[in-house]
Design a protein around this ligand. Structure first.
Ligand code: PEP
Length: 252
């Protein structure tokens, strides 16, 4: 099955509103004729609304970097799915390794966030991936399996169709060290096999699995040539319009 590539820029805790607006204007100009790739940007919460206004009516979509699972109420500092939809988000990143590492996120909390994203009409991008220590110990495939099983607990095949997965080896995030295309493909193929065993072959064939970890204009093409890599989740290189646009246009 042909899977439409999906490229997402995770801006993390960077850019003031004016800077975010400039970046998105640059991207819109650079990506005017890009038709065959889904493109998303994930600004910080403070820039979602102004960026959404610039993206309205364009082909670039808006993602949030996190959400909380309660519907409303006394949860200081949190935002829910409805609020994210309200400011124009279509997608939300769930369980990013920085959330796991610095904010106590677990597979269980990722699962709660994922379910609330789905019921709230957002497409979740569920991030999974091993640390360097886990890779060295030969635990990568088992770890990814556990993250997937727990992260997708209670999800049915119809919901699974709406989920995007992102394989992000923690040792490759923000380090300049990229998994080789072969290393990444091994894990992506394993993930697809697990999705097939759990939700059926049709769901597995349609599931888009992004790779994340120091994706740059120079390495994106060799990653995207792998049969089970369907896109990229990009941190550092998404903060400049020129480099993210080159990643999106990896085929050119
Ligand atoms: C990320 O933010 O998910 C990421 C992969 O970051 P970087 O591209 O900077 O490694």
């Amino acid at each position: 099955m042909e899977r439409r590539p999906i490229m997402a820029g995770n801006w993390k805790m960077n850019l003031l509103v004016g800077e975010a607006e400039s970046l998105v204007k640059g991207l819109l100009a650079a990506l005017k004729d890009t038709a065959d790739v889904d493109v998303l940007v994930a600004p910080a919460f403070t820039s979602l609304y102004p960026v959404a206004r610039l993206l309205a009516g364009t082909s670039i979509g808006l993602a949030a970097q996190n959400l909380y699972w309660e519907e409303f109420g006394a949860f200081t500092g949190e935002v829910n799915a409805k609020m994210l939809r309200d400011v124009g988000c279509s997608h939300v990143i769930i369980g990013h390794s920085e959330r796991r590492q610095f904010f106590g996120e677990t597979n269980e909390t990722a699962n709660r966030r994922l379910k609330t994203a789905l019921s709230g009409g957002l497409v979740p991008i569920l991030c999974i991936g091993e640390t360097l220590e886990e890779r060295k110990q030969g635990k990568t495939l088992a770890l990814v399996q556990e993250q997937l099983e727990k992260g997708l607990a209670g999800i049915g095949p119809e919901e699974a169709r709406r989920i995007v997965l992102a394989y992000e080896p923690v040792w490759a995030i923000g380090t300049g060290e990229t998994a080789t295309p072969e290393q990444a493909e091994e894990v992506h193929a394993h993930i697809r096999k697990l999705v097939g065993a759990r939700f059926g072959e049709a769901v597995a064939a349609g599931t888009r699995i992004q790779y994340g970890g120091s994706v740059k204009p120079d390495n994106v093409q060799s990653l995207m040539e792998q049969p089970d890599i369907d896109g990229a989740l990009v941190g550092g290189a998404s903060l400049k319009a020129e480099s993210f646009a080159r990643i999106v246009r990896y085929k050119a």
